[in-house]
Design a protein around this ligand. Sequence first.
Ligand code: ATP
Ligand code: MG
Length: 112
Amino acid sequence: MVRIRGVVKHFPGVLAVDGVDLDIRPGEVHVVAGENGAGKSTLMKLLSQVDRPDSGEIELAGERVAFHGPRHAQRLGIAMVHQEFALAGDLTIAENLVLGREQTHLGLIRRG
Ligand SMILES: Nc1ncnc2c1ncn2[C@@H]1O[C@H](COP(=O)(O)OP(=O)(O)OP(=O)(O)O)[C@@H](O)[C@H]1O
Ligand SMILES: [Mg+2]
């Protein structure tokens, strides 16, 4: 379902993601573990198209993904729950989970 090959991401003065390969098959659950600053969130942001990789490839279901931003990733089935400091504290957990893709009816959010 997900195939990541040689993905690299630099920020000024730091190599955040250094040539990561990752394969995820249907039904698998993976844990990405590492110390603070190891690059876990950055790798997930590359998968969810929040950040653009410097090099490397990401394929979903065998199709190479071009970078178009997070809504494109959502349409391809990538859902992301960001770390606490990226959450909106005044919203509920449910509201945070669907932030930006709330289901609406006649302009009102369908709370159900
Ligand atoms: N937008 C950014 N601009 C500059 N540097 C960044 C940016 N995002 C991440 N970094 C740097 O990239 C490296 C990897 O950070 P990242 O947040 O991916 O680590 P992490 O493994 O998720 O850490 P944590 O366990 O603290 O969540 C760190 O050195 C971090 O400071
Ligand atoms: Mg993180």
